[in-house]
Design a protein around this ligand. Structure first.
Ligand code: ATP
Ligand code: MG
Length: 371
């Protein structure tokens, strides 16, 4: 309820105003001199003050001076009720911080109107202030989150970088020192380990650069009209070559025309989805990749027959660092799908997950084909 304090030494006027206020459902407080008014203000913190100028025990100027000097009461809307309407008096009152003044005698309508205007103005100011506070709070927490994120990304990558570099160092050391004692299969395996680690490092570097650009909003989306079929086929070929021993990777495409896409982002999308399909499915299994065009949508489906994703965790996969609970010892940083999601968003596309635990996962991506 809105509380209004009237400080007025004329009992008849005071009574009348209080009647008007109560009729409008305001809660009315009254004081018959400046001192008492000041005390009530500090105790009750009313929403608005109506105050006479000439009063015993501290006049209206003295009251507003003290009210404006106290941070707790400084913002309370203040209206002078004055019998003296000389320019000088009004000017003095406004200079001391009054918001408005009413010259006696005033009507009920004049008084209520003045009150409503002041209360409305105060409300608007408070709303604006709240909005500003909310905006600042959001900015601060976003800033903090980004800083945390950055340090997490850095520590994650440096940890993974170190692991891959250690593998390369150990494998090349093995070849250098014991190369002639290894049989051809062992030598081949060691070389492949080096190759795998280098590939992983390159992928991580790409991810890190793209992610840094996306997070800072500096990523420049640059679609080009190109042969997507050829682009995706070349990415698939690289995987087929690298994983020829462990996985059968099928690629089927019914798309032949040129489409406007961002090649760097398509690379991120396709390589992350295929790498997941391989990583989360057993050696000897098959990965199926199908590219189609349907109703102005470019559709890419990547299907594996692997560990699957628990149903209740499928919603969070696109969050940074999120990894499902069934990954066991399979390595990963949880960044891949977050990048994929952003890359798809930039194209204005959609991604869908269809997965059954211990049976397999199908990820479908659809991108609108700009005409
Ligand atoms: P990286 O950043 O190295 O790709 P990651 O593979 O763990 O690490 P994402 O690619 O973002 O991260 O995938 C997030 C999580 O989603 C994975 O940790 C895994 O739990 C789950 N996931 C993604 N693809 C599959 C899949 N094909 N089969 C099963 N689980 C998957
Ligand atoms: Mg991944």
């Amino acid at each position: 309820m809105t509380t209004i304090l009237i400080i007025e030494d004329d009992p008849a006027l005071r009574e009348e105003v209080i009647g008007w206020l109560m009729f409008e459902d305001y809660e009315a407080l009254e004081a018959s001199d400046g001192r008492e008014g000041l005390k009530l203000t500090q105790e009750q913190l009313p929403d608005l003050i109506l105050c006479d100028i000439t009063m015993p025990n501290l006049d209206g100027y003295g009251v507003i001076l003290e009210i404006r000097a106290n941070p707790l009461t400084a913002q309370i809307p203040f209206i002078f009720l004055t019998a003296r309407a000389s320019h000088e008096d009004v000017r003095k009152g406004m200079l001391l911080g009054a918001d408005d003044y009413l010259t006696k005698p005033f009507s009920r309508v004049e008084l209520l109107k003045a009150i409503q205007i002041r209360l409305k103005k105060k409300e608007l100011e408070e709303d604006a202030l709240h909005q500003q506070i909310e905006m600042l709070t959001a900015m601060v927490s976003q800033e903090r989150e980004q800083r945390l994120l950055k340090s997490r990304i850095v520590s994650m990558f440096s940890h993974d970088f170190r692991n891959s570099l250690a593998t390369i160092l150990a494998s090349s050391g093995l070849l250098k020192t014991f190369g002639d004692q290894l049989d051809s299969v062992q030598r081949q395996r060691t070389a492949e380990r080096i190759e795998g680690s280098v590939r992983r490092l390159m992928q991580m570097l790409d991810d890190m650069l793209v992610l840094a650009e996306m997070e800072s909003g500096r990523f420049k989306f640059s679609p080009q009209r190109l042969d997507v079929n050829a682009l995706i086929a070349s990415i698939v070929e690289e995987f087929q070559f690298t994983y020829q021993e462990s996985h059968t990777i099928h690629f089927e495409s019914q798309v032949s025309k040129n489409v406007a896409v961002d090649p760097q982002l398509i690379h991120q999308i396709v390589s992350n989805l295929i790498s997941n399909a391989i990583k989360y499915s057993p050696s000897g299994s098959t990965v199926e990749i199908v590219l189609t065009e349907d109703n102005g949508l470019l559709q890419l489906r990547v299907q594996d027959f692997g560990i699957g994703i628990p149903p209740n965790e499928q919603g969070q996969l696109f969050e940074l660092f999120h990894r499902a609970s069934n990954v066991g010892k399979i390595k990963g940083t949880g960044l891949g799908l977050a990048i994929v999601k952003q890359a798809i968003d930039l194209h204005g596309g959609k991604i869908m997950v269809d997965s059954t635990l211990n049976q397999g996962t199908q990820i479908s991506v659809s991108l609108p084909i700009a005409s």
